[in-house]
Design a protein around this ligand. Structure first.
Ligand code: ASP
Length: 335
């Protein structure tokens, strides 16, 4: 079995210099920092995606570069682990889940750490070794069990496009509020096979993307001019509106007009709730009506991160195809 580690940067890839400062290491230093890699029943190669970056600096161009690198290596390797900073791991995992397409069909596990690998107490060693073991899992016929993009962190495996970073302090940094964990590592490695995404293996890659997406958070006391700055005057072509509770909005007398004007000028509007645990159905509060009446797209329990990335990809489609694409689950990202 052959596995590939794609190294993009982040805290996991930091080692301490003699003067005590932390610097990113290069792919070749991985074996020195994790000697147990040789004990896996697999050949493991490591590839750097250019200069290691803090994940705050990763964006659409890097997502495409990651997807390209994985596709180039697809036939040579049986599974893939992407080492990535935690800050934007949820965005990259969402992007890869959409961009690789169902035909990729092999395990992809993103992981990282809260404490650098070069530090004695690092959580990176366990995260990396377990992520590699997860990428090796096979069914009775030797076929990969995982055919989706996942995030493994601390001791839990999640669908990559369902997570968000919840903690900058704890080792279990990620939560998946609207989809149960796919697996857990304890004394045994447990995978919930019935929860895994079964992709359409004939589905092609998605690479066209329009990054002109903004987020507008509805907050008490917000002015018309503040919301209008994003919806009407920012030139964003897609806006994710963060609503309240089960999809509600304040009773601002001007809100309907701002939403209508944005939609009439061609801006695509979708909403996710500021509550991370999403409501199962559209709001039945009077305060949710303005959002529904304006035709703002429902997000079906998508995370903000998945919604932002998906909007970028949807905007690159033909206008007529966009509403249907939004409401279809591409990679298990929405109910
Ligand atoms: N700032 C770092 C990053 O996202 C944090 C981490 O890796 O945990 O690259």
């Amino acid at each position: 079995m052959k596995l590939l580690i794609l190294y993009t940067g982040g805290t996991i890839g930091m080692v301490t210099q003699r003067d005590g400062s932390l610097v990113p290491f290069h792919a070749e230093a991985l074996r020195a920092n994790v000697p147990d890699l040789t004990r896996l029943q697999a050949e493991v190669d490591c590839l750097s995606l250019g200069q290691p970056k803090d994940s705050s600096d990763l964006g659409p161009g890097d997502w495409r570069a990651m997807a390209d690198a994985l596709w180039v290596a697809r036939d040579e390797y049986d599974g893939f682990v992407v080492l990535h900073g935690t800050d934007t791991m949820a965005y990259s995992a969402s992007a890869l889940s959409f961009m690789l397409g169902g035909s990729f069909g092999k395990p992809v596990v993103l992981t990282g750490s809260q404490v650098p690998l070069g530090v004695l107490r690092s959580d990176g060693r366990d995260n990396l070794l377990t992520a590699l073991e997860i990428a090796m899992l096979r069914d009775e016929d030797g076929a990969p069990l995982l055919r989706e993009v996942t995030v493994f962190f601390e001791n839990r495996l999640f669908r990559g496009n369902r997570v968000y970073k919840n903690s900058a302090r704890q080792f279990d940094a990620f939560l998946s509020p609207n989809y149960p964990e796919l697996g857990r590592s304890g004394v045994e490695l447990v995978l919930h096979r019935e929860r895994l995404w079964q992709p359409d293996l004939g589905e092609g890659r998605r690479s066209a993307l329009n990054p002109n997406v903004a987020v507008a958070t509805l907050t008490p006391g917000m002015t018309e001019s503040a919301l209008g700055a994003t919806l009407l005057r920012s030139s964003a072509e897609g806006v994710i509106v963060q609503t309240l509770g089960s999809g509600n909005a304040p009773a601002w007398p001007w809100l309907a007009a701002v939403l209508d004007e944005a939609a009439a000028s061609g801006v695509r509007l979708a909403h996710v709730s500021q509550c991370r645990v999403a409501s199962q159905s559209p709001s039945n509060y009077a305060s949710g009506k303005v959002i529904q009446d304006a035709g703002v797209w429902e997000s079906g329990g998508m995370t903000l991160e998945a919604a932002v990335v998906k909007m970028m990809l949807v905007l690159a489609l033909r206008a007529e195809a966009q509403p249907g694409a939004w409401s279809t689950s591409w990679a298990g990202e929405r109910d």
